[in-house]
Each structure stands twice: as structure tokens, then as C-alpha cells.
Design a protein around this ligand. Sequence first.
Ligand SMILES: Cc1cc2nc3c(=O)[nH]c(=O)nc-3n(C[C@H](O)[C@H](O)[C@H](O)COP(=O)(O)OP(=O)(O)OC[C@H]3O[C@@H](n4cnc5c(N)ncnc54)[C@H](O)[C@@H]3O)c2cc1C
Length: 410
Amino acid sequence: MTIRSDILVAGAGAAGLTTAIALAGAGFSVTVAGGLDTRRNGRTVALFEASLRLYRALGLWERLEPLSMPLRRIRLVDDTGSMFSLPPVELEAAEIGLPAFGANIENAALVEALAVIARETPGVTLMEGMLGDYATSDDGVEGRLSTGEMLTAALLVGADGRGSQVRTYANVSPREWRYKQTAITALLRHEKPHRATSTEFHTRSGPCTLVPMRPEDGAADGLRHRSSLVWLMSPEEAERRMALTDDDLVAEIEEQVHGLHGRMGLVGPRGAFPMSGLTCDTLVAERIALVADAGHFFPPIGAQGLNLGLRDVAQLVESIESYGQLDAGDPKALAHYNKRRHGDVATRTLSVDLMNRSLLIHALPVDFMRSAGLAAMASIGPLRRALMREGVAPLGRLPGLMREPVRRPA
Ligand SMILES: Cc1cc2nc3c(=O)[nH]c(=O)nc-3n(C[C@H](O)[C@H](O)[C@H](O)COP(=O)(O)OP(=O)(O)OC[C@H]3O[C@@H](n4cnc5c(N)ncnc54)[C@H](O)[C@@H]3O)c2cc1C
């Protein structure tokens, strides 16, 4: 059987599902194909203001908000033991006129909710299975689903994550690098409230971050508050810690976060993610566009990955609405998308990489520069507010779906 739509999206993760829903909202027929990965692995995503605007503009936020916890403050703690260490820096969303920087949501819960919405959205067909055997012709692209169906469209969107087969098929050669780090993720219950504050401890092996989650009602043992953990460390330490019992791991987490949230307990399974980075010279090829992790990724520092990916999604929708009304794979639409995304992706990848390496390098000048940067952020109001705005809704040209009031092309 052959199924034809305007746009075929490979990958039903957060980026692929959001792409499909947004493009259907713009009037295109979309087939999104992928295995739904809703494994619980202690992983959450902090979505910042621009991403929330996208979900508000698509009318989805009222469905997602009840699953999330607002992030009102971010506290940065220099825990490197460097001779230039400063007192913690606390940033408040209210300083830039926002009730919250964004919201934290369990990755699996986000994907589950988006899949339900995709199934209800007119114009979206969600097909579970892996896509492959791609082929391109003058007027379209085709791919075969692992369940046998042939899917054809004018445009193929690669939202198939880090190991993207669409990227390989498009012949886009990535630059990829590895860090000697692994992130351990876990959901934690704890005694003391988090005050809607995300706390990032900068250690010599990378950041260890506690991100607030919704409290759990009726916890009998007093551990009703909840946070997610993203803890970067050497691969050897990660291997050792993944083998610890829950009680022993919790004891090490409590020690690392200096007892910030009091007694803790684990909720559900933990996850371990080896750290690497990837960029591509281009996000497009003939009748193909890459979005989110398929086109770029870096370590989870400052919670930027999916936020950057959703900016791809919002821009792709805008470029296709502007130049692809007659043919969603029009080269003008793809060139426009690629041009608009280049600067944001390059800057974000570089800044996360520099921040990460500044922690890993034990050198006085590097320690000094990092501390000087934090000191400037703590004490210079306009710089501090500019950096906060840049983190949550970057300056420069945000796609229309991320600007308020929402702007769609005329
Ligand atoms: C520990 C950790 C913490 C993070 N925290 C944050 C955070 O706080 N904030 C933030 O913004 N970002 C964060 N990120 C980054 C964020 O999780 C990713 O950027 C985001 O999940 C990428 O979404 P995606 O849909 O592009 O890719 P994925 O989530 O990887 O989804 C890709 C999908 O494609 C499917 N697929 C693969 N191959 C095929 C195929 N051949 N056919 C069909 N489907 C296929 C996969 O099964 C998967 O479902 C974090 C990352 C990590 C590792």
C-alpha cells in the first residue's frame, strides 16, 4: 500500500510530533512515522519561554502544562573548588518580566501527550514503525515503513534523532565529537521544597543539576517534593554509580548537592547517556530538511537541546508557509529554512561546548575567565538580563510562531 501526503516526517519524538502537528495546522497533510519511545529513564526536558510560546500558538500548552512544573529561578553554584570560586548566583524570571523561565516536563510524558494530540489532529497520520529505503525523485521522496507501507511526499523531514538515517541518506556529512562524560539521569523525591528553582552545581566533571518537578500528593514518608537530576561525570564514575543500589546512589547524590533538598529517594529507573556533540554544514538537501537532534546536538548544559530543536521546527513551518504553499519541498523554502537556522545553531553549539570544556580544563586562566563571567553576570544588571533573555527566548529573529502575538506570514 502507498500513502501519499504533502510532508513525511521520520521520527516520532518530541521534535517530529511537534513538526507534524504544526505543519498540519498550517494546512499541509502530514504523515509522521516512528517508534514511540516512552521509556521511563529519569529524563526530563526544561522548555523555555520561546518553546512554550510555540506550544501556546499551536493550542497545545493547556494539554501539556498540567504535566509540567514552572521554573521561576535558576541558581548557579561554582562547585569546582577553584581559587576564584564565587558565591552562588541566583537568577529570577521576574527580573525579565516573566512569571517563569519555562517549565520542566518528563520527556516520556511529553512524547506520550504529543502522540495523543497528533492522533486527534486533522491532517496528521501517525504510523508506528521505522522508516528506511529512502528514494528521491524530481517531485518527491519516498520511504518504506518497517510494516511494509510505502510513504511518499513532496518533502521528507528528518526528525529521527542523533543517529539520523535521513541525515545519512541526504548525504549531509556531520562533524561529530565525543566528551569523556556520561550524564546520569533520575527522578528524585525529596524532603525540602525546591521553590521552583533549578540548581546547577558546576563541578570538575561537568554540571550536576536538580530541576524542579510537580510535587507528589500523599507521599507517606514525607518525600513529597520532586526534582529531576542530570549529573555529568566521567564514564568510569557513571559505570560505577549505575551499578550502585538505589540507597547508595541516593547517598552520593545527597552528598554532591550538599543536602540541598534534605532526604531523597529515587522514583523509577535511572538513565545513562554518553556525551557527544554534532553539527552539520547544512540542514537541507534536495526535498529533505533536518530538524532538532537529527541536525545538531550537544551536552545538556543550560537545557538548550530541544529548545533549539523546536526553533528549527517553528522556522521550518514558517519557511514552508512562505515559499512552499504549492510544493512543500520547494528549494526556496529549504534554502530559507537553512539560512535562518544557521547562526542560532552555530552559536548555541559553540557556547555550550565552551561552557562544558571550561569546567573540564583545570587551568588557572580558564578558572579565572569562568569566574569573571559569572561575577559579571551577578553584578551587571543589563548584562544579566540580556543573558537571561538570550537563554529563554533568544534575541534576533525568532520564527513567527514563537513571537507574541503570533505572526503567520501574510
Ligand atoms: C540527559 C539529557 C537531558 C536533556 N535535557 C534537556 C533539557 O532540559 N532541555 C532541552 O531543551 N533539551 C534537553 N535535552 C536534549 C533533548 O532531550 C533532545 O534535544 C530532544 O529529545 C531531541 O528530540 P528529537 O525528537 O530530535 O530526538 P529523539 O528524542 O531522539 O527522537 C527521535 C525519534 O526518532 C525515532 N527514529 C529513529 N530512527 C528512525 C527511523 N529510521 N524511522 C522512524 N523513526 C526513527 C526514534 O525512535 C525516536 O523516537 C537533554 C538531553 C539529554 C540526553
